[in-house]
Design a protein around this ligand. Structure first.
Ligand SMILES: Nc1ncnc2c1ncn2[C@@H]1O[C@H](COP(=O)(O)OP(=O)(O)OP(=O)(O)O)[C@@H](O)[C@H]1O
Length: 183
């Protein structure tokens, strides 16, 4: 099966420190991998590397079309939420409902609470057609309902042949493989 994300012998150095060397991983359709490890171990860096926002020192990376959710909202703060999400294309209504923010469609993005904004970021990813989702600390600012909704969205995405790589300190709902980074 063709992997949606593949690392072969990948090494990454940041700030002069080797975060990992010789990392291999393959995420196939339906796959979900959670990156865990202490603060500073390189979880966010791994997500950014997978996204193509950082360059590896060694090794080879293959990635399919992807959508990234991190701390950047990436939505026009002045637009109503649904229009801001529609800027990215796709169909935001379903993911907005799935994340419990359908009732906020006409509310300007700048007025969202931090948990609502996190749900909006995740709805942006959910509305994309990208088969590969990259989620950096997706549970930050989410309440228990938000976490449950995210778990269901991830399950649907996997069932439809998508794959997810997430960095998180907290357990993510559902069945994930784990990759542990050292200090
Ligand atoms: N822009 C940068 N330039 C140099 N070094 C950086 C940069 N950003 C991060 N680093 C370093 O890379 C290492 C890994 O950082 P990263 O943010 O990937 O860790 P993390 O596992 O996600 O941490 P946390 O759990 O605190 O979010 C840290 O030692 C950090 O100081």
């Amino acid at each position: 099966m063709r992997a949606l994300l593949r690392f072969e012998g990948v090494a990454l150095r940041r700030g002069g420190r080797l975060l990992f060397g010789g990392l291999n991983l393959a995420l196939e359709p339906g796959g979900a991998l959670q990156v865990v490890g202490p603060n500073g171990s390189g979880k966010s860096s791994l997500i950014r590397l997978a996204a193509g926002l950082l360059r590896q020192e060694r090794g080879h990376i293959e990635r399919s079309e992807l959508a990234l959710a991190d701390d950047a909202l990436a939505l026009d703060r002045e637009l109503p939420l649904e229009r801001a999400l529609a800027f990215w294309g796709g169909h935001p209504t379903g993911p907005m409902e799935a994340l419990g923010i359908g009732h906020l469609a006409t509310v300007p993005v700048r007025l969202l609470s931090s948990g609502q904004a996190k749900r909006a970021t995740l709805a942006r990813v959910g509305a994309s057609r990208a088969p590969l989702w990259l989620l950096d600390e997706p549970l930050n600012a989410l309440d228990a309902d938000g976490a449950d909704r995210l778990a269901r969205l991830v399950e649907q995405h996997r069932a439809a042949g998508g794959a997810v790589l997430a960095a998180s300190h907290q357990p993510l709902g559902g069945n994930w493989s784990t990759l542990e980074l050292g200090r």
